[in-house]
Design a protein. Structure first.
Length: 307
C-alpha cells in the first residue's frame, strides 16, 4: 500500500510541476481583446557582447467595439520587472485600431548589453500580465553565421531556420530631374521552417559624397539639365575643385518584419538623393556606397556603386 501511495504522490508532484512550468503565450488586454505572442527570437552577439530579443505578436479583438492600438502598453523586461537598461529598441504596430472580429500584428525588438538576463518577456504593467519569451519556442541565433563577401551576390546569413541573401548585381546609379538615385539592391529573406518567423531584418543605408545643387546656383538651372549636360558642368570655384560632402539617401521599398512558413521574400530597396550629385569630374569609387547593417548581428559591410 505504501508503494502505491508513493507512485500516486510522484504522479501528483509531476503534474503540479508541469502546471507551474507551463507558460501562457497570451494575456487579456480587456474583455474579449487578447494579445498573443506568436514567435520570439534571441540574437546573441559575442563580438559586441549584446543580446537582442525580437518578437511577433497578434492582437485579436472579439469585442463589439474597435480597440485603439495606442491603448496597448508593455515593455520587454524580466519577470521580476528589474531595471534593465536597453541600448536599442523598436516597435511596429501594423494598424492604428483593431475592428471587431479582426486582428493585427505587433513586431518589435529590444537590445541590451549581455548580462546573462533570465526569464525575459513582455510585461503588461496595467493588468500585471507577463508573457515570457519561452512561452513559445524561443529560437536562438548568433553572429557566428554572418558572412562578409566581395561578391555582388552572396549569402549574408544562413542557419537551419533562415537564409538572408544579398544581390547588388543590378544596383546602379541614375539621375533624373535634379535628383540622384541608387536602385536595384535586393535582399531576399528565406524562412526554411514550417512556422511563421519574426525576422531580424538587415537595414541598408546609402551615402553619396558629392555636390548639392543649391550651392551652385550660379551654374544655371541644374535641375532642368540632363545627366549628359550635368557631367559637362565645371563646378570649380576660383580654379579649385568643388567641396564635396557626404549625404544620406532616403530609402524606399520593403522592410521585412516576418516570414510565413517556407516563404522566400525578395525585398527591393531604392535610395533617393534630392538635389545632390556625385563629383563626376573627380571620380572616386567610394563616393557612392551602400552600407548593409544589422545592430543585433553586429554586421556592417559596404558595397560600392559605380556612377
Amino acid at each position: 500500500m505504501k508503494k502505491v501511495k508513493a507512485v500516486i504522490l510522484a504522479a501528483v508532484t509531476a503534474l503540479s510541476l508541469g502546471a507551474c512550468s507551463s507558460r501562457d503565450p497570451a494575456v487579456m488586454l480587456k474583455d474579449d481583446v487578447s494579445f498573443k505572442l506568436m514567435d520570439a527570437l534571441k540574437v546573441t552577439n559575442q563580438t559586441t557582447n549584446t543580446v537582442y530579443y525580437y518578437y511577433l505578436a497578434s492582437v485579436d479583438n472579439q469585442s463589439q467595439e474597435a480597440y485603439p492600438m495606442d491603448s496597448l502598453s508593455f515593455k520587454v523586461t524580466d519577470e521580476a520587472n528589474d531595471e534593465i537598461h536597453a541600448i536599442d529598441r523598436k516597435q511596429t504596430i501594423i494598424a492604428k485600431s483593431v475592428q471587431p472580429s479582426h486582428s493585427t500584428l505587433v513586431y518589435g525588438y529590444t537590445g541590451y548589453p549581455n548580462n546573462d538576463q533570465k526569464h525575459m518577456g513582455l510585461l503588461f504593467s496595467r493588468n500585471g500580465g507577463f508573457i515570457p519569451f519561452d512561452a513559445v519556442r524561443l529560437r536562438q541565433i548568433s553572429d557566428k553565421n554572418v558572412t562578409y563577401s566581395d561578391e555582388e551576390k552572396f549569402t549574408l546569413y544562413e542557419d537551419r531556420d533562415f537564409a538572408f541573401r544579398v544581390d547588388a548585381s543590378n544596383a546602379e546609379y541614375s539621375y533624373e530631374k535634379g535628383n540622384s538615385y541608387v536602385k536595384g539592391l535586393v535582399i531576399t529573406y528565406e524562412n526554411k521552417t514550417d512556422d511563421r518567423l519574426v525576422v531580424p531584418y538587415i537595414t541598408p543605408l546609402c551615402h553619396l559624397t558629392g555636390i548639392r545643387f543649391s550651392d551652385y546656383k550660379d551654374k544655371g538651372n541644374l535641375a532642368d539639365m540632363s545627366l549628359d549636360e550635368i557631367r559637362k558642368v565645371d563646378f570649380k570655384t576660383d580654379g579649385m575643385a568643388p567641396k564635396t560632402e557626404p549625404y544620406e539617401g532616403t530609402a524606399s521599398g520593403y522592410e521585412c518584419l516576418y516570414l510565413d512558413p517556407e516563404m522566400s521574400l525578395p525585398c527591393t530597396v531604392d535610395f533617393t538623393f534630392e538635389g545632390v550629385i556625385p563629383d563626376f569630374a573627380n571620380y572616386n569609387p567610394k563616393s557612392l556606397t551602400i552600407d548593409l547593417n544589422s545592430a543585433s548581428l553586429g554586421y556592417s559591410q559596404e558595397l560600392y556603386i559605380p556612377y
